[in-house]
Design a protein around this ligand. Structure first.
Ligand SMILES: [Fe+2]
Length: 222
């Protein structure tokens, strides 16, 4: 566990503290900052990068304004220690999947073991980390049981929650209630976010446009 990773975690918890304090969704995220502090450092993470990270993380971090720049630069410094994953590995190839999947990546900072690998900090009933979405990429509409809290760190993005599209910029939050559909479309910028699930880390993510209609039993999150 490097000093840089510990610094990243402190920055992350401070940012989530601030977001929860100014959120009106106190019943959904009450207690989240305290639970972030209960995570346990693991000895070694099997780190991976992805082509989308190699292509866009530098650009996204350089564009992050204050006060989010501190967290973004802490992420960049520790990126080689994180396990950046390809989301939705279980979905079959299709034009929609193939346009999205290589152009998005997630790195857990805290959470349970996932696909047999540990994040830097183990925590039960909680998933927290970072996502990177390349420019001109559509993350199709999806939903899941756990409520979700996103914070935009870099880039402007169109964000659909329910039936309404919102323009989001650095510092904006996006809150998804349980099973509320959401979709994110980048334009010219790569978009870097932090993200937390406050419970239900083993839940399935339903993506109606890509999952077969009868695929309701997939056992693992994206
Ligand atoms: Fe989500």
């Amino acid at each position: 566990m490097s000093e840089a990773l510990v610094r990243l975690t402190h920055e992350f918890v401070d940012v989530v503290d601030g977001a929860v304090a100014r959120s009106t969704e106190t019943t959904v995220f009450d207690g989240l900052p305290g639970r972030l502090r209960l995570s346990t450092p693991v000895a070694r993470v099997e780190a991976r990068t992805q082509p989308v990270v190699d292509a866009w993380l530098d650009t996204a971090v350089a564009a992050a304004p204050e006060p989010w720049a501190a967290l973004a630069h802490a992420l960049l410094a520790t990126s080689p220690e994180l396990d950046w994953i390809v989301s939705y590995e279980h979905l079959a190839s299709s034009p929609v999947v193939d346009a999205f999947r290589p152009n998005y990546s997630f790195a857990a900072l805290m959470g349970p073991s996932f696909r047999g690998r540990n994040p830097p900090f183990l925590a039960d009933g909680l998933l927290a980390g970072f996502s990177l979405q390349a420019p001109h990429v559509h993350y199709p509409a999806h939903h899941h049981e756990p409520p979700e809290l996103y914070g935009v760190m870099s880039g402007d993005i169109d964000w659909q929650i329910g039936d309404t599209w919102h323009a989001k910029s650095p510092g904006d939050l996006a809150i998804h209630r349980s099973h509320e559909s959401h979709s994110m479309r980048t334009t010219a910028d790569p978009v870097l976010t932090w993200v937390c699930w406050s419970r239900g880390t083993g839940s399935h993510v339903y993506m109606p446009s890509m999952d077969p209609p009868d695929n309701t039993m997939a056992p693992i999150t994206y």
